[in-house]
Design a binder for this molecule. Sequence first.
Ligand SMILES: NC(=O)c1ccc[n+]([C@@H]2O[C@H](COP(=O)([O-])OP(=O)(O)OC[C@H]3O[C@@H](n4cnc5c(N)ncnc54)[C@H](O)[C@@H]3O)[C@@H](O)[C@H]2O)c1
Length: 498
Amino acid sequence: MPWPEMLAAHFLHRLVDQARASGYQERIALSRFKTHLLRDLFMNDISNNDVSRRDLLKTTTQVAAAAALAGVAIPAVHAAGDETINIALVGCGGRGTGATENALRTKGPVKLVAMADVFTDHVKSKHKYIQDAFPKQVDVPESRRFVGFDGYKKAMDSLRPGDVVILTTPPAFRWVHFTYAIAKGLNVFMEKPTTVDGPSTRKMFKLADESEKKGLKVGVGLMCRHCAVRGELFERINKNKEIGDIISMRAYRQAGLTATAFVGPKPDKGSELLYQIKNFHSFLWLSGGAFSDFLIHNIDECCWMKGSWPVQAKSSGGRHYRGNYVDQNFDTYSTEYTFDDGSKFHLEGRTMPGATSEFASYAHGSKGSAVISARGHSPARCKIYKGQKFVKSDLVWSAPAREPDPYQLEWDHLMDAIRTGKPYNEARRGAEASLVTSMGRMAAHTGQVITYQQMLDCEHEFAPDVDRLTLESASPLVADKDKKYPVPQPGIKTKREY
Ligand SMILES: NC(=O)c1ccc[n+]([C@@H]2O[C@H](COP(=O)([O-])OP(=O)(O)OC[C@H]3O[C@@H](n4cnc5c(N)ncnc54)[C@H](O)[C@@H]3O)[C@@H](O)[C@H]2O)c1
């Protein structure tokens, strides 16, 4: 059977499954529809193996209609009859621009067709930047550039089922935007963290299930999972046990003032909500703060190598040289994660100028040790040693110094899955990594041992009404009369982080 029919047949099976699960009326409607569709398809198959473009158009239009009826997403074969995957960017900042560039560099026709942000100048400047770099792949007229908290809907309304939306706002909005993307049958790339607290993680787990049921492809920006040399390290130390049992891991992300994790008081003029969004690493409701935003990569790569998520965390941390800064972060964090087998993972986070810097993850096993990453995300410079001393004479394996860019690889893999119809969904894993990150942060901010289950069941939702914000709204977090925000008080506030 030629490929359009194979694709159609694949969706018919999905339709039948959906029909079985749906009510009587839907079953009848779907069954009639299926009969017509089958007849058309298989007559076509018998009479003409060389499917014409018109047949393809007809078939894909029918499949798209059937898919819409059944709530099933179709991959990149559009009713419009071309293979171009259209992209909408929601959150036109640094990473959104980078992710769009990666998307436009993947194999096959890809076009940026819509953009949304809460700041007019972000849409304007990023549009110009991307348009200049990819003049043939950008088609975003003024009418598809949207500003405001509802811009995400309009941007996604500009896409067809099977296209891709990029969600690169601060994480607070992830579940809101993901909900709409699923309803529209869109494939998704979303940045990490995908959740900031227990309730938003529970929402994201449900959404992950829904997106899986619809067969959507979802990539989450934990790009180190796509790094080729970390992949080889995983095979060696997790699957082949080249360092024996992993009994201890440690990771460090220690730097000076990073991104917007330190912020001074809001200027007298202007919206408090937009000031916080501009400085989103400073506010827990928006990002989970410095802990969640900066440490999640090290946490995720270590848990990947271990092959499980920790069951509990205990942490400490504090605010040292705060000057006039009013953000909610600590500037040091030390966390001890414990896995189900009792083994430990120690994590050190620091944002303090003048102190030593390190950005690395290591694993120690019963027969040797490994460098998971040596100096940031890429190149990873993975190594395996016999013994625990990390000395040249003990070196067993070393990854090449150069490696493909994991930010590009994660997009190559996502788009390949979309074009070939392979199962591909990182939403659940992204939520798990975000939850485990929140668990370490909450342990530091409350001074309590926090288990995985406690974090998941935690009722403190930082911004429950985030889906209803408008440009005129008050922020979910309001400063006091001295323009200061509540900060965590370990040992005093033990059930909530602020
Ligand atoms: N994987 C990585 O290595 C990596 C690197 C950088 C950032 N990130 C992640 O990407 C996300 C964005 O980070 P960034 O550095 O690009 O920040 P940024 O501030 O540069 O970009 C965020 C953009 O989203 C816009 N925005 C905020 N709320 C919005 C809303 N409700 N609707 C539409 N637009 C909205 C902002 O105005 C801004 O333009 C974060 O989750 C961050 O953790 C990941």
